[in-house]
Every structure is written in structure tokens, then in C-alpha cells.
Design a binder for this molecule. Structure first.
Ligand SMILES: [Zn+2]
Length: 376
């Protein structure tokens, strides 16, 4: 009964299974073969290889809900494996780099070429971000029939991306969001809505969203965000009550620790923590998903909360919690092995605000479908 490898003595955190403790995981033929409290069964002697994860954290493969990984075809795109498996992330979701007209190329150039699992929010605008970043200023760029065709052809499309800030929209106002919302109801997939500088006002945007829709950049520090002074905007409150989900989408200009702290004070927390990583912010302030998660440890979130926000939460948003975001016997072995260092670390948000934390998460190994990769 020999199996491929054994990860022993790590601290295993799996929020879906409500596990946080010392566990051993056996992997065979790309799938999880067993998960047991350490030293319970003496399975190690049947392993062809083993990884000693003493002092490391072991989690279900991390999922980054908002990234841009369509290099060459978009100005901002970065290589998927560079910010995926090389940084401890087994699943990346590209957020609107490709639209219906550019999606087939995204499949051949990105999805099929990387080890990292790449999923997508398809841009409602046909070119996506392949012809500049004002993709919704011309409404003739929206062809809903083609979007429907792409969705039926490519199940990696998990939702529809609409970027609702003034520089993207020109004079289009709320119209692109209304069109996207109609389409989202028709195809039964959620929206990811980017928010930033108005117009339109955030309240009008939020009022159009349903349960399961995602607001990314929800904690940005620009004018017209989710806070009105120190209070939460009434429309934001109502949206959360309806089941609209707030995502981080850190990016170059879209995460403010002050907004986060004020929101946290009135009981508002992000559902998911994503990077919005791309070429321009990879060398700072974003760096990686593990750095972004470390920022939330510094801001008072628990380790279990930040791991859940990059495993359980995005898996549920993608409606893939039956496949990823947790480890169960028989499932694909997507696993992240992380170090957690103690010390004094300085972090920077998108407003150039520097803050200190005492723990730093770093990726050590990524196991993608049972294949062990050492991280950079
Ligand atoms: Zn983005």
C-alpha cells in the first residue's frame, strides 16, 4: 500500500473542517490519501517520500480571488505561476483581463500553460483589459450574447467582472452594471464589481447587487467609499445584509488600513482577502498573497480568520467548495506549506501608510495536484 508522499508534523489549519492542530497528510496519485493527527497510525513507513513540516503551517491550497495574469496581451498582466504556485497559491482567479473576444486566447496562453489552476471573472467588455483600461466608456463594447457563449464553453468562468469607476466608464454611468446584472441573473453566476473613484456614487452601485455578488476594493481609501466619516454607508449596510460580499483586492491604489480599521470598529470585515496583484504592484506594495494575509494578522485578525479568507471564503464565492478550499480524503491534493516568522515587520498599504506587525507568512512549498514545488 505504498503511497507517494507524506507531510508530517505540520500545524494543519482547515477552516471548513474546523481543524487547527498537528496532523499528517498522505498523498497518492495527486489526491489526498489520508489526514490524521500526527503519529496516530504510523503510516510514514509506507511513504515513498516525506516532507518534515515541523514548525510549518499546512493549509488547503491558497486561493487568490482577484489577480491579473494575462501577460503580453494586457499591459498589467503578470505570469500566473510566478504569483501562483511559486508563492504558495494553487488557484488564481483572473479578474476581467479577458472579455468574450479575448477569452479563447486567455485559455491557450494562460490557463493551459501554467501549473497554477487559473479561473476567471470574464470582463463584461469584449476586449477585457486588452485594449486599454477605459473598457466600458463605449457601450458597443458589450456583447452579452458572446459572453453567454464563452460561459457555456468554459466552465473556468466563475462570474462576471464589471469595473465601475469613473476612469473606466467615461459617460456610461450605471448602464454597464445594469446590463451585467441582467446577464448575471440569466446565467446564474455572480458579479465581481470593482469600485473606486466615482461617479457613479457607491450607494447606487451597491443597491444593484444581489446575494453572492462581490465588491472588490471594498476597503479603498479614496473619496466616496463604504464609510461616511466614521459610520458605514447605509447602502453598504443593506448590501451586506442582503449577502453581498466585500473583498479586499489590495492592488496599487485600493486598500487602506485606516478604512479597514474604521470598518472593523463598526463590525464590518472582509469576506475574502485577495491581492489584485499585477506587474506594477508585485514589487510592492502587494508582493504576494502571503504578504497580504500577513497585513491582516498585523491588523488584528486571527490566523484562522486570514486562512479562511484565502481558502474557505473564495472557494464558496466561486461555488467550488466541493473541490477546493479544504482538504478531504479523495480530493485533489492542493496544499500550501507556509512558514510563520515572529519578529517586527513593516507593511505598507495602498495609501503609503506604514504599519507594524509581529508575524510574517511566507510560502515554503506548494503542492499542486500532488506535485511538490519549492517556493521562491
Ligand atoms: Zn483588478
Amino acid at each position: 500500500m505504498a503511497f507517494d508522499f507524506f507531510i508530517k508534523n505540520g500545524i494543519f489549519i482547515d477552516p471548513i473542517s474546523k481543524v487547527h492542530g498537528k496532523y499528517d497528510i498522505a498523498v497518492d496519485s495527486g489526491r489526498v490519501f489520508s489526514i490524521h493527527p500526527s503519529k496516530e497510525f504510523g503510516l510514514e513507513k509506507y511513504a515513498k517520500n516525506s516532507i518534515d513540516a515541523s514548525g510549518y503551517l499546512v493549509t488547503p491550497g491558497l486561493i487568490d480571488l482577484h489577480t491579473h495574469v494575462f501577460p503580453n496581451d494586457t499591459e498589467i498582466g503578470i505570469d500566473a505561476d510566478l504569483v501562483g504556485v511559486q508563492q504558495g497559491v494553487t488557484t488564481l482567479v483572473d479578474a476581467g483581463s479577458a472579455g468574450a473576444a479575448t477569452f479563447p486566447k486567455f485559455i491557450t496562453n494562460v490557463v493551459e500553460k501554467n501549473i497554477t489552476q487559473v479561473l476567471a471573472w470574464i470582463n463584461i467588455a469584449s476586449a477585457g483589459l486588452c485594449s486599454g483600461r477605459a473598457e466600458l466608456s463605449d457601450l458597443t463594447q458589450i456583447d452579452t450574447q458572446s459572453v453567454i457563449e464563452m460561459i457555456s464553453q468554459f466552465p473556468i468562468i466563475r462570474g462576471i467582472k464589471v469595473r465601475m469607476s469613473s476612469s473606466v466608464l467615461g459617460a456610461s454611468g450605471l448602464r454597464p452594471l445594469e446590463i451585467a446584472k441582467d446577464l448575471s441573473r440569466k446565467v446564474g453566476l455572480p458579479l465581481m464589481v470593482h469600485v473606486g473613484n466615482g461617479p457613479p456614487e457607491l450607494g447606487y452601485i451597491l443597491d444593484l447587487l444581489d446575494e453572492g455578488d462581490v465588491v472588490t476594493h471594498a476597503f479603498h481609501g479614496k473619496k466616496g467609499g463604504i464609510l461616511d466619516g466614521d459610520e458605514i454607508l447605509p447602502q453598504a449596510h443593506q448590501a451586506l445584509k442582503r449577502g453581498v460580499l466585500f473583498d479586499i483586492g489590495h492592488g496599487t491604489a485600493s486598500f487602506s488600513m485606516q478604512t479597514l480599521q474604521k470598518a472593523k470598529k463598526v463590525g464590518i470585515k472582509p469576506c475574502s482577502i485577495s491581492t489584485d496583484i499585477y506587474l506594477e504592484n508585485y514589487s510592492g506594495p502587494v508582493y504576494s498573497l502571503t504578504t497580504t494575509l500577513s497585513k491582516f494578522l498585523a491588523l488584528g485578525f486571527s490566523l484562522d480568520e486570514v486562512i479562511a479568507a484565502a481558502t474557505m471564503a473564495p472557494a464558496a464565492i466561486l461555488r467550488m467548495d466541493h473541490e477546493i478550499g479544504t482538504l478531504q480524503v479523495g480530493r485533489i491534493a492542493d496544499i500550501s506549506v507556509l512558514t510563520i516568522e515572529d519578529g517586527v515587520f513593516e507593511f505598507t498599504d495602498s495609501e503609503n501608510e506604514v504599519f507594524k506587525g509581529h508575524q510574517l507568512l511566507r510560502a515554503k512549498f506548494t503542492i499542486k495536484s500532488g506535485r511538490v514545488l519549492k517556493c521562491r
